[in-house]
Design a binder for this molecule. Sequence first.
Ligand code: FE2
Length: 286
Amino acid sequence: MDACVVRIPAAPETRDIGAFDAPVLISGGVCSNLEALTAFLDAAGRAGIPPARIVHTGDVVAYGADPAGAAERLRQSGMHAIQGNVEESLARGRPECGCGFDPGSPCDTLSADWYGYADARIGAGLRAWMGGLPHQLVFTMAGRRIRVVHGGVTEISRFLYPSTPDRDFEAEFAAASADIVIAGHGSIPFTKRLGARIWHNSGALGLPANDGTPRVWYSRLEPDGDGVRFTHVPLAYDHATARRKMLDAGLPRGYADALSTGLWPSLDVLPAAEQKRTGQPLELAA
Ligand SMILES: [Fe+2]
């Protein structure tokens, strides 16, 4: 990785939210997508899962048209949430998103547009709320200790994907004090098993998975015997409205179109294996 990439070390704040013996929903980055967040909360309501059993893994603000609306909706929902790199950057008044993109890359260039748009619309109250969120959570289910992080355990903006070498996941688990880690940031849903340990990413709620469909993803975990079962759940929502609002706001067309095409405007954060899967609809087993 380029030595010039801005690295924000993960802060040590970890909040213990207790033990759960009933299903928990995991939401990845809402990414300023109010339509997707609304659809998700509606789905949670239909499933009878209260906000006290929902976890957001950070980046409530990113590409979309409603940074303040989405952040306020999530805050008022009362669900558990951690800081992603975007919450951290906004709370600290940083001039850029802290996403970990290579300088000058397409993602880096596009982020200047959407981050500036969001930065101009998030007021002091939401910044204070973001800055007061923990960076990580821990909880237990079926006797398993589970840690929730944004990117990696040791680095908030670390990108980890299914093809990432096992040794990289081993290093993360070595710092986790847990044998299950739930992460976000990368926007590709997957569940990777390394022996008895599990690394899980729900995907992003506010951005499709680059699989050629407009679906977004969340996940459900629940006790299953003496273990924990993860289920990836696709979510259909009003992506046409979310896209139109982005275009009307003058946000980058590439991300706006991605909401409907399911194809990202740039693949530069993805390893080669995930780049090759571009446009292939995901089929995720539980
Ligand atoms: Fe992130």
